[in-house]
Write a protein that binds this ligand. Structure first.
Ligand SMILES: Cc1ncc(COP(=O)(O)O)c(C=O)c1O
Length: 354
């Protein structure tokens, strides 16, 4: 399947209002599905059905035996289709799989599935310059009959894609606000550092509460002491300090963001900044924050203008609404690489041939 359909799809580019897209599910034509049974992965194939028929006892439904990933494909000006460090998504998915007693998805299968899904949905890849991109969601779920608390015997690995616009409402480099949550996201020795659905269900209420305060998202402090910054609901945190350093929280309970790791490298090697990964104590250090950003595949790098804590808003850079020069430079460098506008000096891009 696939090949001929791909070529057709390539000719008929979808007529979407790309610039108006938000971060929402938009059905595309194909998804990839592979299954694991008796210790073996099937080859997998492209399918068109977006629903998954699943046993009512499946461990992913009851015990959250599932994990997922998120990455993006960007169309470059010269027509290349670019993935950003997909090897790290594959690695991170397998860390999560191991933690939840699920089988590894072999790196080759992961990459082939991502490539085939992107290629087959070529018509849905937002054009260069539209401000939108193709979000890719690989997922691994425990399926099959089960009742007691034990791992599944069968698994499905699926990859679907959706054209998306900015995660936060404003277009471009949107300044966001965060509200410190009274709820914990993850326990110190729990699953916070793995991209598993179980971490997110508990965050829905925290996000809603943050939004009721007028914030874009919740900001979590460490759950042992409630002193140190962990991360936002769907993004890691980077902070430019008044002494010129770029710092980011060291915590075993946060997702090791691929965007964050990349930004720290850009800051050090491109902007010549000193960088540090260390615990960051919100109350004690806030006065030394010069600029702050929330980063991730979906959020890219969103400057944080203000934080709600101790029953008040605390503004960061200037009036809490403008974008500071460091976040701007980091954003430009990262986006420039991701869209193929700047040289890929770190070797991060993976081209999907179409
Ligand atoms: C909780 C959480 N933290 C951080 C991130 C950012 O990670 P990445 O940069 O790998 O997308 C995400 C998702 O993207 C996330 O869900």
């Amino acid at each position: 399947m696939g090949r001929e359909l791909n070529l057709d799809a390539k000719v008929i580019k979808k007529d979407l209002n790309w610039a108006e897209l938000g971060f929402q599910y938009h059905r595309t034509d194909f998804r990839f599905s592979a299954s694991y049974e008796n210790g073996q992965w099937s080859d997998g194939e492209l399918i068109s059905e977006e629903s998954i028929a699943i046993h009512e006892g499946a461990p992913s439904l009851h015990y959250a035996q599932q994990c997922f990933e998120g990455l993006k494909a960007q169309a470059a000006e010269d027509g290349r289709i670019l993935l950003f460090r997909p090897d790290l998504n594959s690695e991170r998915m397998n860390h999560a799989a191991g933690r939840l007693l699920m089988p590894d998805v072999p790196g080759k299968l992961f990459l082939r599935a991502v490539e085939e899904t992107v290629r087959a949905n070529y018509a849905w890849i937002p054009p260069y310059g539209s401000g939108a991109s193709l979000y890719i969601r690989p997922m691994l779920i425990g399926v099959g009959e089960n009742l007691g608390l034990k791992p599944a015997q069968q698994f499905e690995f699926r990859v679907f894609v959706s054209p998306v616009g900015p995660y936060y409402k404003a277009a471009g480099l949107a300044v966001i606000s965060l509200a410190v949550s009274a709820m914990d996201r993850a326990a110190p020795n729990g699953t916070g550092s793995f991209k598993v659905g179980a971490n997110y269900a508990g965050g829905l209420l925290a996000t809603r509460e943050a939004q009721q305060l007028g914030a874009s998202e919740a900001l979590y402090l460490d759950s042992a002491e409630g002193r140190y910054i962990d991360e936002a609901g769907s993004a890691n945190i980077v902070i430019a300090m008044k002494d010129g350093k770029l710092i980011t929280p060291a915590s075993r309970a946060i997702l090791p963001s691929i965007t964050r790791r990349s930004l720290m490298q850009i800051a050090e090697h491109t902007l010549g900044m000193q960088t540090e990964e260390r615990p960051i104590e919100l109350h004690r250090e806030f006065a030394d924050f010069e600029e702050m950003g929330a980063c991730g595949t979906a959020a890219v790098l969103s400057p944080v203008g203000k934080i709600w804590f101790d029953d008040a808003w605390h503004t960061i850079y200037q009036d809490g609404q403008s974008v500071g020069p460091i976040m701007q430079q980091l954003y430009d460098s990262l986006m420039g690489i991701q869209k193929g506008e700047l040289s890929d000096q770190f070797g991060w891009l993976h081209e999907v041939t179409v």
